[in-house]
Write a new protein. Structure first.
Length: 171
């Protein structure tokens, strides 16, 4: 059987990012950018959340403080049994530094967001090919979200808040 051209295969990474973006939106986040790139690298998803802090002030009759948060999200989509711990070990210090530099470029491009709180999150998505003839039952922990596309099933298995710090040495 001849090898099919790369354009024949689905972009698994993009489909995993779609799932994470949909999940973030369902939890109140606004997706600002997908695959934001600079000369330093790329950030899979940049999302914004407008919340309110200061419930204790509100109970005292004071006005709550509006709070905006930016999440720079790295999405790792892997099949089960992947060699890199589901993508976790692919978030090396060098990769973190590239993401931090790219986040800095984003904030320079959008100075109105420079005062927002920022964090760096990691989403772990597992994908599995769906067989038309075979029904597979597997035991696994509950997924945060699931989807199916292009003959694959995707599960947002883990969403790691503030997975790394921006104070990494960029040198």
């Amino acid at each position: 059987m001849a090898n099919l051209p790369p354009s024949h295969y689905p972009d698994i990474g993009s489909l995993g990012e779609d799932l994470v973006a949909q999940w973030l939106q369902s939890t109140g986040w606004i997706i600002l950018h997908r695959r934001f790139s600079s000369r330093w690298g790329e950030i899979d998803i940049i999302a914004e959340y407008h919340g309110v802090t200061g419930k204790e002030q509100e109970s005292k009759g004071e006005y709550p403080i509006p709070h905006s948060l930016l999440a720079f999200v790295e999405v790792k989509t892997r099949s089960s049994g992947s060699w890199d711990a589901g993508g976790r070990s692919a978030i090396t210090p060098q990769k973190q530094a590239k993401i931090c530099r790219t986040a800095g470029m984003f904030l320079a491009q959008y100075p109105e967001k420079a005062d927002y709180s920022c964090r760096f999150d990691v989403a772990i998505v597992y994908c599995q090919r769906i067989s038309k003839n075979l029904t597979v039952v597997t035991a696994s922990q509950e997924a945060l979200a699931t989807s199916a596309a292009a003959g694959y099933k995707f599960k947002l298995q883990e969403y790691i808040l503030a997975a790394f710090d921006s104070s990494i040495d960029n040198g």
